[in-house]
Design a protein around this ligand. Structure first.
Ligand SMILES: NC(=O)c1ccc[n+]([C@@H]2O[C@H](COP(=O)([O-])OP(=O)(O)OC[C@H]3O[C@@H](n4cnc5c(N)ncnc54)[C@H](OP(=O)(O)O)[C@@H]3O)[C@@H](O)[C@H]2O)c1
Length: 335
């Protein structure tokens, strides 16, 4: 059996100093137990939510990872060994594995899914057919219930989940405001994604930029929380909806206080609801066919911020957490 390299969480990272907290390990893979599957990883998905698992927080939606354990993340690759009768060597699969060249999973625990082909791009299960796209669909359609003609605001709008939420809103006929860091991302959102407005939160006052939207924002797809949520709440329309997808502003440390403008929930009769894609997976949810259709029609696209090699995982992760990415951050793992 080929040797395996994997990333181990040794300590809780301080800010974005991931190199001091994770180390690349090498091993001779152990034999599989009954029920386990080994996946030869082609691509690793870098997900902002995993930052919280690296902390010691015990009140998050997932328990923290124990120090000394392998870093967990979504993997896409082929089964190379199986002791689960439902999975056969050679099958293309996606699920929660490890930041590793060879990931070992128990399929039911990992949410391991077989990927049906053919794929236009081998990365599509992390792109237009991926969990970020599905998450965005739940937030925009089921939670925020966005309708044609309404205003939808999206934060972290140029990231993997945000760029999907913007396009889904646009495809539904909503008017979309993308909020993202920096002029390049805003240009991308306007010129490529076709949002009606883009706000650079690093250079602009978000609350002021939203204040001239006549009647207010009907739906807010929140990926960020914290001060951004406070900037949006007083600019919501009456009876508006806030779909709480993520709180990336607070994943690195202690939870942020607030929202300071919680009063607006009553003043504007808002509905705020959090949601979590693993709940939908566990309930046997089905990937929305409309996303596949839009992708086929060229109305849904995912740009990739791709790094090469398992040794560059922390660089890729840092790019995403610092906001250097547009679209989905992935690592191509080549053995
Ligand atoms: N609820 C669910 O089931 C679910 C599933 C998937 C993802 N999510 C959530 O979706 C959000 C995006 O995750 P992703 O994996 O798709 O990552 P991503 O958006 O591709 O990358 C993270 C982005 O967050 C922005 N960001 C980082 N720190 C920030 C801060 N302090 N303030 C404002 N923006 C900040 C950066 O963009 P800028 O340059 O714009 O700052 C960065 O590009 C996360 O909150 C994640 O937890 C939730």
């Amino acid at each position: 059996m080929a040797r395996n390299r994997y990333w181990r969480l040794d300590a809780h990272p301080d800010g974005h100093d991931y190199a001091a907290a994770l180390s690349l390990q090498e091993e001779t893979p152990a034999p599989l137990d009954d029920g386990q599957v080994r996946v030869a990883v082609d691509y690793l998905s870098m997900d902002a939510g995993t930052r919280m698992w690296m902390t010691g927080r015990t009140d998050g939606y997932q328990p923290p990872l124990a120090l000394g354990s392998r870093m967990v993340g979504l993997v896409l690759g082929r089964v190379c060994e199986s002791r689960d009768p439902d999975f056969t060597v050679g099958e293309l699969v996606r699920g929660f594995g490890q930041w590793a060249e060879l990931a070992v999973v128990v399929p039911s625990v990992a949410g391991l899914e077989r990927i049906a082909g053919p794929l236009d791009d081998p990365r599509d299960p992390f792109g237009v057919l991926g969990l970020n796209a599905w998450t965005a669909h739940i937030g925009v359609c089921d939670v925020a219930q966005v309708k044609a003609g309404q205003w939808l605001a999206v934060s972290a709008a140029a990231g993997a989940t945000g760029v999907m939420a913007c396009q889904i809103g646009r495809n539904l006929g909503a008017r979309v405001v993308g909020i993202a860091g920096g002029p390049a991302k805003c240009r991308y959102l306007r010129e490529v994604i076709g949002v009606d407005r883009a706000i650079d939160y690093r250079g602009e006052d978000v609350a002021a930029a939203l204040s001239d939207i006549d009647g207010g924002i009907h739906a807010y797809f929140d990926n960020v929380g914290g001060p951004m949520l406070d900037a949006v709440l007083p600019n919501m329309a009456h009876y508006g909806r806030v779909a709480v997808c993520g709180m990336v502003a607070a994943y690195g440390g202690a939870p942020l206080p607030g929202p300071a403008r919680f009063d607006q929930v009553l003043m504007r009769r808002l509905r705020i609801e959090g949601f979590f894609i693993p709940d939908v997976l566990a309930a046997g949810g089905v990937f929305p066919p409309i996303l596949r259709e839009w992708a086929r029609e060229g109305r849904l696209s995912m740009p990739f911020d791709q790094s090469e090699g398992i040794e560059n995982v922390l660089t890729a992760y840092g790019r995403m957490m610092r906001g250097a990415n547009i679209g989905k951050t992935i690592v191509k793992v080549s053995r």
